[in-house]
Design a protein around this ligand. Structure first.
Ligand code: C2E
Ligand code: MG
Ligand code: MG
Ligand code: MG
Length: 292
């Protein structure tokens, strides 16, 4: 009896792996042509300055729509892109497109948006990552201090001795560095002091439950306090309700981002909403977030 059960489990496990492999192969085959076929796009999610209630900047978030596969989440295809050596090409696309878009926004507007770009660990460790970034920003005459690179703690799984000088070089050129999804990985306080970061981004999972879960609440308060002590900007991601916003404001969080303010927006939508100054929370009730 137990033998056939084991066999059953084994087959199930095997099937699940096969399905995952086939799925990844399918994504990979389509991903190779995605840029050429214009299937990638970048959306922009506003980040709000808590002190003023005004937009501070945006996070660039890549999107992939394939006619056969439909919308594919970046969580899925970034992983595949890393595995098959395509992350550089996609990463460069995001850097070039988002810089072009936000510089245009800034040129045509009274406000100057900051731009945050997600950088995967593999992309960051690529030998010519920095030289490409410098070339693009120089070609576009972009002020480096407008740009924040979001990295995750996974970066630190790589040799810290290798990562540290790369991060330092990025900072020396004037770019900012944010530690994304903070609280979910293996970070320790010593990393914070060893790494030349300028911002910590509290992960959405804590924002989800910090109003009702006292452990998450302590964690959020502590991260904000550490940020203030270390002179780091603290941003909360995944803010979905007015109550969450109010509490984060009360704790002294610097920046907030989430569906309560805006979903990730196409450039045209960002422009139509934000080229005129918009202050939160008053402005929000006027808009229908469900549309995009
Ligand atoms: P992330 O950098 O932590 O981005 C935040 C994710 O949370 C985004 O999902 C965003 O759409 C979503 N989000 C924002 N506000 C809310 C909210 O209030 N509630 C909820 N439930 N979700 C919210 P998205 O766009 O699907 O991106 C997922 C992840 O994919 C990102 O996590 C990032 O790790 C990665 N990613 C996205 N774009 C890029 C990129 O251009 N390059 C790289 N390397 N990774 C990217
Ligand atoms: Mg991010
Ligand atoms: Mg994040
Ligand atoms: Mg996240």
């Amino acid at each position: 009896k137990s033998k056939s059960l084991q066999k059953g489990n084994y087959l199930f496990f095997n099937d699940a792996i096969n399905t995952q492999v086939q799925h990844d192969l399918l994504l990979e085959s389509k991903l190779h042509l995605a840029i050429e076929k214009n299937e990638l796009d970048v959306l922009y999610q506003p980040q709000i300055d808590v002190a003023t209630g005004l937009i501070y900047g945006v996070e660039a978030l890549v999107r992939w729509y394939n006619p056969k596969l439909g919308h594919i989440s970046p969580v899925e295809f970034i992983k595949v892109a890393e595995d098959v050596g395509m992350i550089n090409e996609i990463g460069r696309f995001v850097i070039e497109k988002s810089l072009t878009d936000i510089l245009r926004f800034n040129r045509d507007s009274d406000i100057q948006l900051q731009l945050s770009i997600n950088i995967s660990p593999k992309q960051l460790m690529e030998p010519d990552f920095i030289s490409h970034l410098i070339k693009v920003t120089t070609d576009m005459a972009a002020d480096h201090t407008l740009v924040t690179l979001e990295i995750t703690e996974n970066v630190l799984i790589n040799d810290l001795a290798k990562v540290q000088p790369i991060l330092q070089a990025i900072r020396d050129y004037g770019f900012k560095l944010s530690l994304d999804d903070f609280g979910t990985g293996y970070s320790s306080l010593s990393y914070l002091s060893n790494m030349p970061i300028t911002e910590i981004k509290i992960d959405r999972t804590f924002i989800d439950k910090f109003l009702t879960n006292s452990q998450s609440e302590s964690l959020v308060k502590t991260i904000i306090a550490i940020g203030q002590l270390c002179d780091l900007t603290v941003i909360a991601e995944g803010v979905e309700t007015e109550e969450q916003y109010a509490r984060l404001r009360h704790y002294g969080c610097d920046l907030v981002q989430g569906y309560y303010f805006d979903r990730p927006l196409p450039l045209a939508k960002l422009t139509s909403i934000y080229q005129k100054k918009t202050r939160y929370p008053e402005a929000d009730s006027q808009r229908d977030n469900a549309l995009y």
